[in-house]
Ligand binder design. Structure first.
Ligand SMILES: *Cc1c(COP(=O)(O)O)cnc(C)c1O
Length: 385
């Protein structure tokens, strides 16, 4: 009898697992084989080969990821940027135009502004919070709309319901980078998005030891993207598949803990006299707290804040903390702290950062799974030092 389950926590463990188990192995084995015996495939894409994204390790992951977001299909890729670039190059071609949210992950922003134009693909940036301003940016050749679940590093929450309605009204493909939320907190296909993108490097793997990506959603689009990835070559290596598969099993326990810990830390920081401003959608003071509460099951482990004093005091604070590691990236079991102006957003001009509200003194924290009390005690001593 097939297994009976409906909740995400159970899907993380059981969805996509081989049935029957391979030689009884409780954990999915690694198929470290580049090619597989020919069994009569009639199409190139059906030959079994690592680059064609169809080894047993790929297939198990694809089924698990699609189940997690309650949708039809998924594809894993060699990095988050491989998922994003391959997807955009699959659904857009020369002469097409698309709309993108103005405050995007740095790599995505650069790919759109520096690379896509050379393929003859044009774009306009939109304010995700102002649906009324989108229509006049539409062109006869507009094909897609691209947003992020929460912006980095300010944790703004765009009008995601309006994005889906707008896409449906104008026949656009809707895409969302769901890295910051993970399927535990938000499942874009349930809200009508066509494609959900992830840097699995972050929460999905969760252990800061691989780079990987995924695109999840409509089967017809995933097939098209898979064929493009087969040509571009950004397939995920089987050993990285194995690590991602293992990391995924604890996603729900990690993310729920990180949600709670981040909220407690945000509450502590909001009340501290040394803090000027804190950005966390779980706080009632967040301008889009209502919207975030309606859309999300949790507010993530990401927050950003500014001290009353400037950049020097900020640097001193980061140096004085003992637990978080000063590093970019996010979503791992260890807390990471960084100043986006010199790391994740250093590629942006100071003027552009200022226009978006990213001050040089802004601190971004990715909350790990350490004891919340230990992080608060550490922050307290570093703020008072
Ligand atoms: C890290 C990240 C990416 C890029 O992912 P890589 O795995 O580093 O290629 C894309 N989007 C967001 C929101 C990210 O945080």
């Amino acid at each position: 009898m097939s297994k009976i389950y409906k909740h995400l926590e159970t899907k993380l463990i059981h969805a996509g697992e081989p049935d029957p188990l391979i030689n009884g192995a409780v954990s999915m084995p690694v198929f470290q084989s580049s090619t597989f015996e020919y069994t009569g495939a009639t199409s190139y894409n059906d030959l079994k080969y690592i680059r064609l994204n169809n080894t047993p390790n790929h297939i198990a992951l694809h089924q698990k990821l699609a189940a997690l977001e309650n949708t039809e299909a998924a594809l894993v890729t060699a990095s988050g940027m491989a998922a994003i670039s391959t997807t955009l190059l699959s659904i857009l071609s020369s002469g097409d135009h698309f709309l993108a949210q103005e405050c995007l992950y740095g790599g995505t922003h650069d790919f759109i502004t520096k690379d896509l134009e050379t393929f003859g693909i044009s774009y306009d940036f939109i304010d995700g919070d102002d649906p009324g301003s989108w229509e006049h940016k539409l062109k006869p050749n507009t094909k897609a709309i691209y947003v992020e679940t929460m912006t980095n590093p300010l944790l703004q929450v765009a009008d995601l319901k309006a994005v889906v309605e707008f896409a449906k009204a104008h026949g656009l493909i809707s895409l969302i980078d769901n890295t910051f939320s993970s399927p535990v907190n938000f499942r874009p296909p349930e809200w009508g998005f066509d494609l959900s993108l992830h840097s699995c490097t972050k929460y999905l793997n969760g252990h800061s030891d691989i780079v990987a990506g995924a695109v999840i959603g409509r089967a017809d689009l995933i097939e098209k993207i898979t064929h493009k990835l087969n040509h571009l070559g950004g397939s995920l290596d089987p050993h990285a598949c194995f690590l991602l598969h293992r990391g995924l099993k604890t996603l729900a326990v990690r993310v729920k803990y990180q949600n709670e810990s981040a909220l407690t830390i945000a509450n502590f920081l909001e009340k501290h006299s040394a803090i000027k401003k804190i950005n966390y959608p779980g706080l009632e003071s967040h301008p889009r707290h209502q919207r975030a509460s309606e859309l999300f099951d949790g507010f993530s482990g990401m927050l950003s804040f500014e001290l009353n004093d400037g950049v020097q005091a900020t640097e001193r604070f980061i140096e004085n903390t003992t637990l978080p590691i000063s590093a970019p990236s996010l979503g791992g079991v260890e807390s990471l702290i960084t100043r986006p102006a010199i790391t994740s957003h250093s590629g942006m001009s100071p003027k552009d950062r200022q226009a978006l509200g990213i001050s040089d003194a802004l601190i971004r924290l990715s909350v790990g799974i350490e004891a919340t009390e230990d992080i608060i005690e550490d922050f307290d001593q570093a703020l008072n030092a």
